[in-house]
Design a protein around this ligand. Structure first.
Ligand code: IPE
Length: 256
């Protein structure tokens, strides 16, 4: 089985509230479908989640009742994004089944504490493709908190030990600096803890589920649970498909 995360940066425009990229999402769905491989899909929230979640401070937990309406709005928005993703997957022949974390997971103080893995197993057994996503989820300590797609990826990798884990983003992989800002930024072929420690700490793009560093930390944690862990560019046609098929592609390889 191959575990794929479609990052919010590749299926939405992260800077503009609720802006979906139907062309990229449709093409990625087609690429997944063409491989015919067993996959489990996680997707990020992008601008359907981060912008309002930050405005309502949902990542800090619930301290006043007015945040609950914000949570409800974010939940509706991420479900709409999931519907767009699942519609495209099924249109291309992928038997997608949406599994929203708010209905099958629980958090404890900001950390994913329970995920109904039997549900994932049952749908996989049936021959369907579970699709889950970054969501607002009940938290035993904070009331509610944000469950990121990366936390879901880690829990799924631990349970299913996939052959491959692929993070699909809007850049070629992990760079020595922000490639959208620094023309001298270089793609790092192999990313490990030492590389992470040496990366410059930039405060740009810190969203409600943490900076790029938090994401890489999850990836390094997951690398030992799979044969290959890749970060690649989903805006480049064919790259995801080639990676699923086992061809060598431009990407960063994450190792533990
Ligand atoms: C964020 O999930 C979830 C919400 C803000 C509700 P992710 O952290 O996985 O999303 P992306 O991939 O960064 O957009």
């Amino acid at each position: 089985m191959i575990l794929v995360k479609l990052g919010g940066s590749v299926i939405t425009d992260k800077g503009r509230y609720r802006t979906f990229d139907p062309d990229t999402a449709g093409r990625l769905a087609e690429e997944i479908a063409r491989t015919g491989q067993d996959v489990v899909i996680v997707h990020g929230a992008g601008s359907f989640g981060h912008i309002l979640a930050k405005e309502h401070r949902l990542h800090l937990g619930i301290s006043d009742g007015s945040q609950l309406l914000g949570a409800s709005l974010v939940m509706s928005d991420v479900r709409e994004l999931d519907l767009e993703v699942c519609r495209r997957l099924s249109a291309k022949g992928v038997r997608a089944v949406p599994l929203p974390p708010a209905s099958c997971a629980a958090m404890r103080d900001g950390t994913l504490h329970h995920l109904d893995l039997d549900l994932f197993k049952a749908y996989l057994h049936l021959g369907m493709v579970p699709v889950t996503f970054g969501d607002v989820v009940r938290d035993e300590v904070r009331g509610l908190s944000i469950c990121s797609g990366d936390q879901l990826m880690a829990a799924l990798a631990k349970e299913f030990r996939p052959n491959k884990v692929i993070f699909v983003t809007d850049v070629d992989g992990v760079f020595t600096a922000d490639p959208t800002q620094d023309p001298k930024a270089r793609l790092i072929e192999t990313v490990d803890q030492k590389v992470l420690d040496s990366l410059p700490r930039t405060e740009r793009n810190v969203d409600v589920t943490g900076s790029i560093f938090a994401k890489i930390r999850y990836m390094i944690g997951m690398a030992s649970l799979t044969n290959e862990c890749l970060v690649l560019n989903g805006k480049v046609p064919g790259r995801l498909e080639a990676a699923i098929r086992g061809e060598r592609v431009i990407a960063s390889r994450v190792v533990s």
